[in-house]
Write a protein that binds this ligand. Sequence first.
Ligand code: ATP
Ligand code: MG
Length: 360
Amino acid sequence: MMDNNIVKPLPPQSDLETKRVLKRLAAAHRALAELKGFADTMPNKNILINAVTINEAKDSSEIENIITTHDELFKAMSQINYNNPAAKEVVNYRTALWNGYEAVKTKQMLTINMIIEIQQYIEKNRAGIRKLPGTVLKNDATGEVVYTPPSGEIEIMSLLSNLERYINDDYDTLDPLVKLAVIHHQFESIHPFYDGNGRTGRIINVLYLVLKELLDSPILYLSKYIIRNKTAYYRLLQEVRLKGNWEEWILFMIDGVEETAQETLMLVKKINAVVEATAQDILKVLPKIYSRELVDLLFYEFYTKIVYLEDGLRVSRRTAATYLAALEEKGFLTSERIGRERIYLNKRLFEVVQQAGSNK
Ligand SMILES: Nc1ncnc2c1ncn2[C@@H]1O[C@H](COP(=O)(O)OP(=O)(O)OP(=O)(O)O)[C@@H](O)[C@H]1O
Ligand SMILES: [Mg+2]
């Protein structure tokens, strides 16, 4: 009998680009290109990335049963001492994502060290690669052990080096979306950490799309799709191992890219629309304080503070306070006093993001 617990180095020794795969690839690439094209036209990419990653952080953490609301998130993001563990974990996830993105953009590589760092941000500990045996993957419903990942730091590191090379060196000519599916499967099978392998693996997915220039900004996330199709996701991960069923797994991932690209495009358009509408409205009712920089600052996060305006617009504290008061008076923002600070919530943005995040 074949030992299903052995992880073989990449590349897989089978034909991955079957006819069905090739056919579906075309549609996924089209959807992805449309998303990339539209995102490229947005004047301030950080607004977009920030808004989209809030929901990704929330969804991805939810797979791990870390559940929180947008309201809690807003509070955790705006206050240093806010004490909601779930919301904090979601904020950590987003930090992990941002740092990973910056690293990939700068180095044009996705390395083992970056992956270790991402996991560290998520878990907020320095446990690193697994050293002790005993990690097993169970079927959530039955408790049955379905898979035992490799143990031993040397074995794990050697598989990770092999994966690192597969990610960065395109020595084969496979389509990057096919490789994405292979990479995700391999990473989850190596399961290098005690915890956080799922979330780290989901971040690797988007970073890989950026690395291969299928996207400029990290805005395509399969987490919501995985939540919706959780049973199939776990089953197919396992079927690659048990039956060599790469085809269904790859199709599953390609369909996820297509579906998610379409959904994200709708969200991106909504975000763009709300930014532009707000810009027009501010120009109309508060022409004296209007500037593009001001509008961008209001959309950078759900909320803003006096110091952000001071720094962003290089104005005095008093001027910044006057601007925010005027914006609140005209209904663009609602403020809340938290400790010694006043936080101004951008309701319009909050609502768009919240709405997109709630229709699973
Ligand atoms: N049979 C399997 N084979 C390979 N990988 C698996 C299997 N079952 C689950 N996994 C992977 O393990 C991940 C869970 O691992 P871990 O608990 O370390 O990560 P997490 O980030 O804490 O959890 P989650 O993914 O649930 O948010 C799953 O998301 C999945 O990708
Ligand atoms: Mg876990």
